[in-house]
Unconditional design. Structure first.
Length: 138
């Protein structure tokens, strides 16, 4: 049966591969994520597109990021990820026919890594505003 969600099919295959590389049985990953075994099976087969919360839980359980899973699948992040900033450029990279699939994937991975690093830095700066207040110029 063909997947009703072509991008979910690619993403599901990556999730399955990452789970197998981590030597996690499907039941164990489903329990860690907080979803049923049949639902995880449907995600892995591309029959269901996981919600943002489920994707975050899957990524955490596989010790990776949502961005890395999407990049490995060669997909742009959903529009609401990173305030939508990643979607237009990642989509443009994914559609660049003059690049090979491996080149597109590498570009998306590097771009997402930069976005994640910047987001982490912003979170750190918001969590510790006094660290920048105490600096002096001389």
């Amino acid at each position: 049966m063909a997947s009703p969600y072509p991008s979910a099919s690619a993403l599901g295959a990556i999730i399955r591969r990452q789970r197998e590389l981590a030597a996690l049985p499907m039941r164990q990953l489903a329990a860690a994520v907080g979803i049923s075994n049949p639902y995880l099976s449907q995600i892995e087969r591309g029959l269901r597109a996981p919600s943002e919360a489920v994707m975050n839980a899957i990524a955490d359980s596989l010790s990776t990021t949502v961005g890395a899973l999407y990049a490995e699948a060669g997909l742009p992040l959903p529009d609401d990820a990173e305030d939508g900033a990643a979607a237009p450029l990642a989509l443009a990279i994914a559609e660049a026919e003059e690049l090979t699939a491996a080149q597109r994937q590498a570009l998306v991975e590097v771009y997402l890594a930069f976005l994640e690093a910047n987001a982490a830095r912003r979170r750190r700066n918001r969590a510790t505003p006094e660290a920048t207040d105490g600096a002096t110029d001389g």
